[in-house]
Design a protein around this ligand. Structure first.
Ligand code: SF4
Length: 83
C-alpha cells in the first residue's frame, strides 16, 4: 500500500516518526519524510499506527501512484515516490 504526505499540512508534531520510525522520518525542520513509500506486512502495520496518530491528517494511504510520496532532497511541497 502506498503512502502519501501533504507537507503543507504537516506541522512537525513528530508523532508519525516516533510511533513508526521504520516508515517515517524527519527532515531538518521536523516535518515528516516517508522512508518507505510502498509498505506491506509489518511496515504496513507500523504505517497504519503513524497515519492514525497524525493530528493534522497530513499522511495517509493512496491507490494512486502519482500521489505516493517519498524522500527527496529538495524542499518541494509535493514529493513524489522514487522508483
Ligand atoms: S505527518 Fe503528522 S504526525 Fe507526522 S510530523 Fe507531520 S503533523 Fe506530525
Amino acid at each position: 500500500m502506498k503512502l502519501r504526505v501533504d507537507i503543507d499540512m504537516c506541522t512537525g508534531h513528530g508523532r508519525c516518526y516516533a510511533l513508526a520510525p521504520d516508515v517515517f522520518g524527519a527532515d531538518d525542520f521536523g516535518h515528516c519524510e516517508i522512508l518507505v513509500p510502498d509498505v506491506e506486512g509489518d511496515l504496513l502495520e507500523q504505517a497504519k499506527i503513524g497515519v492514525e496518530n497524525c493530528p493534522e491528517q497530513a499522511i495517509g494511504f493512496t491507490e494512486d501512484d502519482s500521489e505516493a510520496t517519498g524522500v527527496e532532497p529538495s524542499a518541494e511541497s509535493t514529493r513524489r515516490a522514487q522508483d
